[in-house]
Design a protein around this ligand. Structure first.
Ligand SMILES: Cc1cc2nc3c(=O)[nH]c(=O)nc-3n(C[C@H](O)[C@H](O)[C@H](O)COP(=O)(O)OP(=O)(O)OC[C@H]3O[C@@H](n4cnc5c(N)ncnc54)[C@H](O)[C@@H]3O)c2cc1C
Length: 318
């Protein structure tokens, strides 16, 4: 049961992020059950305390100045299987774990999740996906803590689009995802396993081992830009997709450094914490990359990674 006296102050968030950077949470609480998560969220909502839920921390960059209000680390982990392919997952369940458990239950649809770090809740917020699939497929209902109460809502609440949902907006409603109900089709375990293994193989060949948040920027959907790029592969040209990494690489920025931050030498859309980078250095380098792309191609890259907390003292790279 949630008890406000258990809130800790000034807890560093660095170790809870995959980029290994960022300052402290003003108030911090670790929720281990969905009831604790709901109660802490409702307590904050009723007391007008701004709240940030932390899943795996694999898609965020908290400011060095810290995150005001309450940060709840979501360590919930229950998964329940029901008749007819219905799976109810706590939002804190590790996505990989959900995939493995559904595979064992001969349920298909989450094969592409292999290798995507983080929690089920975090995956919903950014509509995470890979290989032309994403987490907003096969959703049935979502339990949220919102406006001081718990309720089940339709997935429409999330207003999903490519790597986006209402919870990523700057004026996002103060809502916590508690549990997610999926309805998954039956699958053939051998072919699901083979497909997941192939995805994993492709990932290992592309992903750098250093601390990162995966792809830092979203890919660009712009047919005329895609068609104008002579060496872009034909399948991307016809789909009108320009990978952000392609644009950054063609500006000659692979391996570029700012303090301990570095643009991936293998994959230019991976921003790496190569040597104790601060959050400021990481953001400065990211902004430098997007400004350089804007100057060369006229397109504004949009971050997939979310900046959290107080960036009021942030200054871009001189
Ligand atoms: C090596 C690597 C590879 C990656 N590959 C991919 C990929 O292939 N495809 C892809 O889409 N992403 C990828 N990512 C990015 C990231 O893993 C996903 O976006 C992931 O789904 C984020 O989940 P998380 O739990 O870590 O979210 P966090 O980073 O903890 O949080 C992200 C946002 O969601 C909010 N949030 C989290 N949980 C809740 C909740 N329960 N209720 C309300 N808000 C919540 C947070 O406040 C924050 O705003 C990769 C990252 C890394 C490091």
């Amino acid at each position: 049961m949630f008890d406000p006296s258990e809130l800790t102050r000034k807890k560093s968030l660095r170790l809870f992020t995959s980029l290994k950077a960022g300052g402290p949470a003003e108030l911090f609480y670790q929720a281990r059950t969905v009831d604790d998560l709901a109660e802490a969220s409702i307590y904050a909502q009723q007391n007008d305390i701004p709240t940030t839920i932390l899943g795996g921390g694999s898609n965020i960059l908290p400011s060095d100045q810290g995150v005001p209000g309450l940060v709840i680390l979501n360590s919930t982990k229950a998964i329940e299987f029901q008749e007819g392919g219905v799976v109810i997952s706590d939002s804190g369940v590790v996505l990989q774990e959900l995939f493995l458990k559904t595979l064992q239950a001969n349920l298909a649809g989450l094969e592409y999740c292999v290798g995507i770090p983080g929690s089920v809740g975090g995956a919903l917020v950014s509509n995470a996906g890979a290989y032309r699939s994403n987490i907003s497929e096969f959703l049935n209902e979502i339990e949220i803590a919102y406006q001081g109460k718990r309720e089940w809502v339709s997935p429409d609440f999330m207003q999903f689009s490519y790597r986006d949902s209402i919870l990523r907006k700057s004026d996002a409603p103060q809502a916590t995802l508690l549990r997610i109900k999926f309805k998954l089709p039956t699958g053939d375990p051998k072919s699901m396993y083979d497909e997941a293994r192939e995805y994993q193989r492709q990932r290992i060949s592309k992903q750098p081992p250093s601390a990162s948040a995966g792809s830092f920027f979203k890919n660009v959907y712009d047919k005329s830009l895609a068609e104008s790029l002579t060496n872009l592969p034909e399948n991307l040209k016809s789909a009108g997709v320009v990978p952000a990494g392609y644009l950054i690489e063609s500006c000659g920025l692979k391996g570029r450094r700012r303090g301990g931050a570095m643009i991936g030498a293998r994959h230019a859309n991976f921003l790496l914490n190569a040597a104790g980078a601060t959050a400021t250095e990481l953001r400065q380098l990211a902004n430098f990359a997007s400004d350089t792309v804007k100057k060369k191609y006229g397109v504004q890259l949009e971050e997939e990674v979310l900046y959290l907390g107080d960036w009021s003292r942030y200054l871009p790279m001189a």
